[in-house]
Ligand binder design. Structure first.
Ligand SMILES: NC(=O)c1ccc[n+]([C@@H]2O[C@H](COP(=O)([O-])OP(=O)(O)OC[C@H]3O[C@@H](n4cnc5c(N)ncnc54)[C@H](OP(=O)(O)O)[C@@H]3O)[C@@H](O)[C@H]2O)c1
Length: 372
């Protein structure tokens, strides 16, 4: 079975990486051009092959809007573009479609798009959650933070990804701080969760306050701006970042050598995957990831195609944790593995981890809590 996956640029840098000519143009012009551009099949993916010999191929189809345009444009206009992108994938032979980044966030998290699309649709969030949880605990292990004694902030806790992560993290930690923007929704989520979660729970809309008290942080928001700043992070803190675009300020890379930030949602694709640009034969598409690596949401779509599961696997908020467990198992069987640690466009080497641990020990010994 073949698949398609709807992508969109997360930033003007993404646009320039694909179309270098855009680099010299002003942001308003680039935005305006994108507003007028129809979706198009951008990437042909081949060579995805499981250890037991199953294969799939597919297409990334671009719905050319930036995250803020997805959020600001009339909802119907955005839906129309996403559905058109899926129609293009279906015309090429795809039987299941995935929704990348904000195409799975806008509106009701894929539900309306799925109703209007010609083939089943998934946000890919179940495998993103599975990969994110693995990354979160790997980060804690690498920095020797014992989850059982840790306070953990989940930012975007009321979201599709964040909500499920809260449930999966809670059995292993001391305290969870639920964080989001909308206080009414957050308070309701807290009321629902507090009896169910086997750890201490609190909630706040104050991101800085939550970050300042947390040794471990998982972030999965639909913010279009940086929301985690270096001055708020505890010495030796670990941040697992699932948001695209990223929530963690790039200043953290420069100013906080004692903090481990990892992108949590990257997976190595089995076989010898190629991401060829459709309109520029011979050129590979730059996903801004290491070779053979894709996002977990893309991987979920590929796994469904490999399993011949043409179904709306993950949609909306309130994700079924059993589906997270199932897709994790299917992905493992198909040979998908968690990618090596990475952040700020760079691999996190064992040397880098050792240096981060050393800087954290030093800072903790100094009792230096930045920002206080
Ligand atoms: N790495 C991957 O493979 C992958 C795959 C899929 C998605 N993603 C990314 O994951 C993120 C979350 O996706 P989702 O489907 O879970 O989205 P979602 O269901 O819309 O949830 C977003 C959450 O973020 C919160 N939020 C939004 N803006 C915020 C802000 N400025 N400060 C604090 N909280 C804020 C929302 O709370 P309020 O409602 O209170 O605003 C909500 O809890 C997105 O960035 C998406 O692109 C990554």
């Amino acid at each position: 079975m073949k698949f398609c996956f709807v992508i969109h640029p997360l930033s003007l840098e993404d646009v320039a990486r694909y179309e270098p000519g855009a680099a010299g143009k002003g942001a308003p012009i680039v935005r305006k051009i994108m507003e007028w551009m129809p979706p198009w099949a951008t990437v042909h993916i081949t060579g995805v092959r499981t250890p037991d010999g199953r294969e799939t191929e597919g297409w990334f189809v671009t719905a050319p809007l930036l995250p803020e345009q997805m959020m600001e444009f009339p909802r119907e206009e955005v839906y129309k573009r996403i559905v058109r992108a899926i129609e293009i994938g279906a015309e090429l032979g795809a039987e299941v479609a995935g929704l990348g980044a904000f195409t799975g966030v806008v509106g009701d998290g894929g539900i309306t798009v799925a109703e209007r699309a010609p083939i089943p649709v998934t946000t890919g969030n179940s495998l993103t959650i599975a990969a994110g949880i693995q990354s979160f605990f790997r980060g804690a292990r690498e920095m020797s933070v014992d989850p059982a004694t840790a306070t953990v902030a989940v930012i975007g806790a009321t979201g599709s990804i964040g909500g499920a992560c809260v449930k999966l993290i809670a059995p292993h930690v001391k305290h969870i701080v639920l964080v989001a923007r909308n206080n009414t929704r957050l308070a309701k989520f807290y009321e629902q969760m507090k009896a169910e979660l086997p750890c201490e729970v609190s909630y706040t809309t104050d991101i800085s306050a939550a970050v300042r008290r947390s040794q471990l942080i998982l972030t999965a928001t639909s913010s279009t701006q940086d929301i985690i700043q270096p001055e708020d992070l505890l010495p030796g803190a670990v941040v697992c970042e699932l948001s695209l675009p990223h929530d963690v300020s790039r200043r953290v890379a420069l100013e906080r050598p004692d903090v481990l930030v990892t992108e949590g949602g990257n997976m190595v694709v089995p076989g010898n995957p190629r991401f060829d640009r459709v309109r520029e034969p011979g050129l590979e598409f730059d996903l801004n990831l290491p070779p053979r690596t894709a996002l977990a949401c893309m991987s979920e779509t590929m796994v469904l195609a490999l399993e011949h599961r043409a179904e709306c696997y993950t949609l909306g908020r309130g994700i079924d944790v059993n589906k997270v467990i199932e897709i994790e198992e299917l992905a493992k069987r198909a040979g998908f593995t968690l990618a090596d640690m990475r952040a700020f466009d760079t691999a996190i080497t064992p040397e880098k981890i050792a240096a981060t641990r050393e800087a954290a020990t030093l800072r903790q010994a100094q009792g230096d809590r930045v920002g206080t």
